[in-house]
Design a binder for this molecule. Structure first.
Ligand code: FAD
Length: 268
């Protein structure tokens, strides 16, 4: 089977700072990592390949240094990697990002028919969870989001059955292939890379595609082609830890009276 895994290089959020003047993330000089959800997407692809055979391509859009994310994908067990990079892509919102990624997937599909695309549930910086569904919609693929388990994959019948994690339970859904799934962290444990894959990753050079190669409509990419504008970014105000009262008395009347005293003080 032919699988594409979309991975995003993100700033390591433990190091993120916000520019107080522009309210945007300070990306310069911040160490980057592969979006943690995407590591689980990679692992899911490798497990499918182990059971069904096939080829896995990691795909990323980002600056030239996003090549490092693809190296990590190779060390995880991917067979190939494509880097979409161009100054014209900078500032793309989710609409533009899904347009660029889906154009690249169409090119890959023309060479080798794609069965499955796997994305993370969301990125830890943009956090919108819109890119996966955006790609599925543009390619007219079945869309299965928040997948916590791939129950069955039948390439001959062209069918996939998954479990979707919802707030109030689990939903079992089947979809036709080709499909796009987005995965939650609970789907698997990300394994450490083997020595052989680490050596392969060290020598790896990605295929690089730009705007011209993909013949993209310039009015639909980059900052100018992005209808979303970020008006303000702010950290939510810290909640106070509250007051802890240790009651020595076991008399419920006394306890109630002291609670009423506390509430009336707060209301004054
Ligand atoms: C006006 C504007 C300007 C912006 N400028 C920038 C900028 O310059 N640089 C920047 O990094 N972000 C920028 N952003 C944020 C940008 O919209 C998102 O980072 C990007 O579109 C992906 O959305 P997300 O992070 O919410 O991903 P989500 O939708 O939360 O990601 C879900 C999944 O989609 C896949 N995915 C997401 N992004 C990529 C990608 N790039 N390559 C491959 N797979 C991917 C991954 O599998 C990921 O787990 C900008 C946003 C706006 C509105």
């Amino acid at each position: 089977m032919n699988i594409i895994v979309c991975i995003k290089q993100v700033p390591d959020t433990t190091q993120v700072r916000i520019d107080p003047k522009t309210n945007t993330l300070i990306r310069q000089g911040i160490p980057t990592i592969v979006n943690p959800y995407d590591l689980h997407a990679l692992e899911a692809a490798v497990e499918l390949k182990e059971n069904h055979g096939g080829f896995i391509t990691a795909l990323t859009m980002g600056p030239p240094q996003a090549k490092e994310a693809l190296k990590e994908a190779i060390s995880a067990g991917c067979d190939g990697g494509v880097l979409l990079t161009d100054r014209a892509f900078a500032g793309s919102d989710t609409l533009a990002t899904s347009y660029i990624l889906s154009a690249a997937i169409r090119r890959l599909d023309a060479d080798n028919k794609v069965d499955l695309i796997i994305c993370g549930q969301q990125s830890i910086d943009g956090d919108t969870a819109q890119v996966g569904p955006g790609i599925a919609q543009r390619l007219n693929y079945s869309q299965l989001t928040y997948v916590s388990k791939i129950r069955e994959m039948d390439i001959e019948l062209g069918n996939v059955i998954v479990e979707r994690r919802l707030e109030n339970g689990t939903q079992v859904v089947s979809g036709r292939l080709p499909a796009l799934i987005t995965v939650v962290k609970e789907i698997n444990e990300y394994r450490y890379a083997s020595l052989a894959n680490l050596i392969k990753a060290a020598k790896f050079e990605p295929i690089i595609w730009n705007q011209e190669y993909l013949k993209l409509d310039k009015s639909r990419i980059g900052l100018k082609g992005s209808p979303t504008t970020v008006r303000r970014i702010f950290a939510p105000p810290r909640k106070s830890s509250g007051e802890i009262v240790n009651y020595k008395s076991e008399n419920s009347r006394e306890i109630m009276k002291s609670i009423i005293d506390i509430i009336s003080k707060v209301r004054q």
